[in-house]
Design a binder for this molecule. Structure first.
Ligand SMILES: *Cc1c(COP(=O)(O)O)cnc(C)c1O
Length: 471
């Protein structure tokens, strides 16, 4: 399998080449040259497989530069009941007639990012060892992504993580999750400032090409194709659990921010998995809902990005959206560039409302969308508790609300549960008056010793810290 850039760069690359890269050299995102097709005989075979073997089958279609036995071992080592809490890895439960929750949040950090990041950690370790190379991952986090990256990379050979976060601005639970890691290769940097300061520092360091090369700086952000690919697997696993045979369509609702999760659903659908509808659920930051309703994609300014109670969906632009739009415009890289380079560059928006492509988003690609607000979130959390004695986190609540607006009779609706409620305890307390239970392994983590350095919001200070800790 070869990979191409959405912006038309002539180079073609193999999986392991793009594994450790971010954007393509022309600023585009990598996609496979084609989507392998899965027929009913294959689906029938896959239905019987345990999760790790299903992951191996799907990954093999996209990865041909890792020997199969090695890839199989990597999948087996990643998707274990010990790490993900159950034999099914992503167990499905029926909430009400025809509406299901697929649990993606029972990994080490209790959010769905573990599903991909745990695999990425093992792939990185494997590929770096093969090359005899090292990588220093530099990131900025206000919670989820940073902790998922740290738990994926802890103790991995050849990898160090330098994770900046705004000092004192994460929840005590999230701080404890990250700062209690004592692994030598994990470095928590609490920056005196806000999340944007952390992001600016990461950008400045990455733009210093000399420093970047000397210290082998890399990232693990959500545009990484390997992360997206790992997420394709749980659409198949959810489908098999929601149906008894392979001729039945299923719909999915996906709490969305950077469009990585739902883009994996799009890939699964393109491969031939019988997905009826893909519902994109957004919060008040409704860039994506606006597009799917109107055909206009309008990137927001930082000042117009709301801080909401489903914070992992607080985005001003959706970094993976370009992948879907590439397919939407018939993989025409020239057209894609005119939208993402010319239009977005000039006026921070593009408009497909008058074009046939926009109609296809719903008709051919099965996309629908909805948005919800803080009040909706609280109401859904209360209702789900009262009627089904089930606690959902605020992001999953956004999903449930959207799902109910797009039900099709006779078609199971699977809502992806993207985090456990304990991660967002303050909102649960606001909705219900009490804290959600926490899994036993997180009892008392706030009291554990913390491993973190405090640095000023200053690029040079962060660079000096990295340099000091890289020998
Ligand atoms: C990251 C995240 C999302 C958004 O996922 P995208 O892939 O960015 O669309 C939703 N919910 C939770 C809990 C998350 O951590």
């Amino acid at each position: 399998m070869n990979y191409l850039s959405t912006r038309g760069h002539p180079d073609r690359k193999r999986f392991c080449e793009i594994l450790l890269e971010g954007l393509a050299p022309d600023g585009g995102l990598y996609l496979p040259e084609h989507y392998p097709q899965v027929d009913t005989a294959t689906l029938a075979k896959w239905r019987e497989l345990p999760y790790a073997e299903l992951a191996f089958e799907i990954l093999s279609l996209y990865i041909d530069d890792i020997p199969p036995a090695d890839l199989k071992a990597i999948c087996a080592k990643t998707y274990t009941p010990e790490v993900f809490g159950s034999e099914e890895i992503v167990p499905l439960r029926e909430l009400e007639d025809g509406v299901y929750l697929e649990a993606l949040s029972n990994g080490p950090t209790l959010a769905f990012k573990d599903m991909a990041m745990q695999l990425l950690g093992n792939l990185f370790e494997y590929e770096l060892a093969r090359r005899g190379a090292e990588l220093n991952i530099l990131g900025a986090t206000s919670g989820d992504t940073g902790s998922a990256a740290e738990y994926a990379m802890r103790g991995k050979k050849g990898v160090r993580v330098f994770m900046t976060s705004p000092d004192g601005r994460m929840s005590p639970f999230q701080q404890a999750q990250m700062f209690s890691l004592q692994d030598e290769n994990i470095h928590n940097i609490a920056v005196t400032g806000v999340f944007d300061d952390c992001q600016d520092i990461v950008k400045a360091v990455s733009n210093d090409l000399g420093f970047k090369r000397k210290y082998r700086i890399g990232t693990v952000n959500s545009i990484n194709w390997a992360r997206l690919l790992a997420q394709v697997v749980y659409y198949f696993a959810g489908y098999f659990q929601a149906t008894a045979s392979n001729d039945k369509p299923v719909s999915f609702t996906v709490p969305s921010g950077n469009f990585g999760n739902v883009c994996a659903g799009h890939v699964a659908r393109m491969m031939g998995l019988p997905i009826h509808t893909l519902v994109v659920a957004t919060n008040e930051n409704d860039v994506l809902d606006e597009f799917f309703r109107t055909g206009i994609y309008r990137v927001r300014a930082a000042a117009d990005t709301h801080e909401t109670s489903s914070p992992s969906m607080d985005i001003s632009k959706a970094s993976n959206f370009e992948r879907f739009v590439f397919d939407l415009v018939g993989r025409d890289a020239g057209k894609l560039r005119s939208l993402f380079v010319d239009d977005l560059g000039r006026q921070a928006r593009f408009d497909l409302s008058g074009e046939p492509a926009f109609k296809q988003a719903a008709e051919r690609f099965g996309f629908k969308s909805s948005r919800s607000t803080h009040a909706d979130r609280l109401a859904t959390i209360r209702d789900t508790d009262k009627r089904f004695a089930t606690l959902v986190d605020p992001h999953t609540a956004d999903g449930l609300k959207a799902a109910r607006e797009h039900l099709t009779p006779g078609v199971p609706m699977v809502v992806l549960e993207t985090a456990l409620p304990i991660k967002f305890a303050a909102t649960l307390v606001e909705a219900l008056g009490h804290e959600p239970a926490r899994p036993a392994r997180f009892e008392g983590i706030e009291a554990l010793p913390k491993r973190v350095v405090k640095l000023p919001a200053d690029v040079e200070a962060v660079k000096a810290y990295i340099a000091q800790n890289c020998d």
